[in-house]
Design a protein around this ligand. Structure first.
Ligand SMILES: [Zn+2]
Ligand SMILES: [Zn+2]
Length: 173
């Protein structure tokens, strides 16, 4: 009775159902989406995890989705493939989908015929960037920046003494 309903060789209807009410919306649209997901799956030959498929208006609002989200019509899926970087997944998805959004841990695909692409990954801020920002901040606030000529004069170049201490190199018998 509670058997998941298979709607394509690799996908079940339940995978696309709304997290709050279990509905799937327009089934015709769902099938268009699933057909494309099967195509994408075949490119990797790995299972595609559906993080989010259909969302009813209430759930879409609750999870902060945009008001005209393609998830509302069951035309979109947020997907992930184990061991595949979202950027790699997105690159391959271009062969099947025209509307693609890339996020930190998943890729959004939808069946719109217009081209759309967005990158919502959080920019990687390196430690170096932070240091540079702090330095420029402090120098502009305080006194005049000091000329950077000091370093060379204060650091004495260690002269290598040519003297070789025989006692240390020769092993003691
Ligand atoms: Zn719902
Ligand atoms: Zn999405």
């Amino acid at each position: 009775m509670s058997n998941p309903k298979r709607i394509s060789p690799h996908f079940h209807e339940q995978e696309f159902s709304c997290a709050c009410c279990g509905q799937v919306g327009d089934k015709k649209r769902l099938m268009i989406l699933v057909t494309k997901l099967e195509q994408l799956r075949s490119l990797f030959n790995k299972p595609i995890h559906i993080i989010s498929g259909y969302r009813c208006a209430k759930h879409n609002k609750a999870c902060g989705g945009v008001t005209k989200s393609q998830h509302l019509t069951c035309s979109a899926a947020d997907i992930r493939i184990e061991g595949v970087d979202p950027s790699r997944l997105a690159k391959r998805a271009h062969a099947v989908f025209r509307a693609i959004g890339i996020y930190d841990s998943f890729v959004h695909v939808d069946t719109r015929t217009i081209r759309a692409f967005w990158d919502h990954r959080t920019p990687k801020e390196t430690k170096e960037d932070v240091i540079i920002n702090e330095e420029s901040k402090s120098s502009s606030e305080g006194q005049l920046p000091r000329p950077k000529q000091k370093e060379e004069s204060t650091k004495p170049v260690p002269r290598r003494t040519e003297r070789k201490t025989k006692s240390s190199t020769t092993p003691s018998k």
